[in-house]
Design a protein around this ligand. Structure first.
Ligand code: TRP
Length: 458
């Protein structure tokens, strides 16, 4: 029998769930990662594939994760096991939850390093360090930061600590209250930045770069990156959304809620792209500049606009908050499991997880300096962690979730949990989750893995 509520608590109402899940989804993935991978993969064609992936793979799988979480009412590991039992199957489906928890650690370890860069920029903007910057100077500042492990360590540590504090206090209070304020503020600030970039003179070029579809620019590699990013940006494939779903009210509609979250997340990514690329072109920067893109372009823009220091400070603050609410959701599945299964207090669970991800983060942090020569499959540790999670573990987790929900859970279970408005929509969802999403993931995945490892071997 489905339970009424999780032992960890419940969201106050449907909108809080939407905001919390949007808080998880909207993060560095949207504002930092999306623009730079779109830049590296040629722009428009990549963006189109990404949007298709969100629609055909992301949204149906997000519905599935919420469904499993709300049905199981426990941490992802235990919810997978519970719902498998309920449908008369083997408990080893919990393994999907385990892989997710591991992916969460790995993502956290490099996520926290980038969030640390954001904190550094908040501080820098706050003390007025970034006045009158040319793009060259901005590049020097960013590369100087990367080369300095001690400074990176301070900010990385600070970020892990603030995430631990929220996890320790339980998700509801701190997180709920923060999201209510921070998410709307983020939207407002992004919008202001967009207006600025529309007036910078190169908006059309930025727009064209993002939305001009030229199929010849599309490689298989770019398709995998787009698919991986659809998972990453919607927080799918590792249990974040499943955990948040377990705190959702029974009467709330999963379909409408998930559509809202996905739409908000996509909107933020596109606005971030539309804010950043015009600045890139106005300052003759390279759209394929990689991870430094946001950290080099935006300070240049802020240093030139009136009130830019204040605004830049607020902007990076918002990015920091967005990263914060996302990182919390990376840790929540593990924390919930430790509390449920080992009976740890929230504080202990948080401490344990915090220490693990902090230590892992040291490897990611060192990739830019002391460990720069350490290569895995030809990538630095930082790039490897990003690749193995976003492009391998998340799609794989998503594939298993789609197969589980589409083929293993009973029809009654999914129909009852989703309670979609019409039978037609349910059938469409079921068709997609059984055939379209798994096939899309499997094909893209197999082709790429083959290519990657073939390249890696040679
Ligand atoms: N979606 C977040 C972002 O775009 C990151 C994130 C949070 C995430 N939880 C996740 C990514 C779970 C993958 C899986 O920044």
């Amino acid at each position: 029998m489905p339970r009424k509520q999780s032992i960890h608590g419940a969201w106050a109402n449907r909108w809080i769930f939407i905001l919390a899940a949007t808080g998880s989804a909207v993060g560095l993935g949207n504002i930092w990662k999306f623009p730079y991978i779109a830049g590296e993969n040629g722009g428009g064609a990549f963006v189109l594939v990404y949007l298709v992936c969100i629609l055909l793979v992301g949204i149906p799988i997000m519905m599935s994760e919420v469904l499993i979480g709300r049905r199981g009412r426990q941490s992802p590991i235990n919810s997978m096991r519970e719902t498998a039992y309920e449908a008369g199957h083997h408990g080893r489906w919990a393994g999907v939850g385990w892989m997710g928890a591991l992916a969460g650690f790995l993502i956290f370890s490099f996520y926290s390093v980038v969030a640390g860069w954001v904190l550094y920029y908040i501080a820098g903007m706050g003390v007025g360090q970034f006045v009158d910057l040319g793009s060259e100077q901005a590049g020097l500042i960013f590369n100087g930061l990367l080369a300095d492990p001690a400074t990176l360590l301070i900010w990385h540590t600070l970020f892990v600590v603030i995430v631990m504090l929220v996890i320790a206090g339980g998700v509801n209070k701190g997180l709920e209250r923060a999201t209510r304020v921070l998410m709307p503020a983020l939207f407002v600030l992004l919008f202001v930045l967009l207006v600025y970039s529309m007036n910078s003179g190169h908006f059309a070029e930025g727009w064209d770069f993002l939305f001009h579809f030229d199929p010849s620019e599309l490689s298989w590699d770019a398709v995998l990156v787009a698919l991986g990013h659809a998972f990453f940006t919607l927080s799918l494939g590792m249990g974040s959304i499943m955990a948040y779903g377990s705190y959702m009210g029974k009467g709330d509609s999963i379909g409408g809620t998930v559509l809202t979250i996905a739409a908000l997340d996509t909107l933020v990514a596109l606005i971030a792209g539309l804010a950043i690329f015009p600045i890139v072109f106005a300052n003759q920067l390279d759209p394929g500049a990689g991870p430094g893109l946001m950290f080099i372009t935006l300070p240049v823009a802020f240093s030139q606009m009136a009130g830019g220091q204040v605004f830049g400070f607020l902007f990076f603050l918002m990015v920091g908050f967005a990263a914060w609410t996302s990182a919390i959701s990376l840790m929540e599945p593990g924390a919930a499991w430790l509390v449920e299964t080992l009976g740890l207090s929230r504080a202990r669970a948080s401490l344990l997880l915090g220490v693990v991800v902090w230590a892992l983060g040291l490897l990611a942090l060192g990739s830019f300096n002391v460990l720069a020569d350490l290569k895995l499959l030809g990538m630095t540790v930082f790039d490897f962690l990003d690749f193995i999670t976003a492009n391998v573990m998340l799609p794989l987790g998503g594939l298993f979730i789609a197969i589980f929900v589409g083929w293993y859970l009973t029809r009654e279970m999914t129909e009852d949990e989703l309670s979609l408005r019409s039978a037609l929509i349910y059938h469409a969802w079921r068709l997609v989750i059984r055939y379209v999403s798994p096939a899309a993931v499997a094909v893209i995945f197999a082709l790429n893995l083959y290519q990657k490892f073939a390249d890696g071997m040679s």
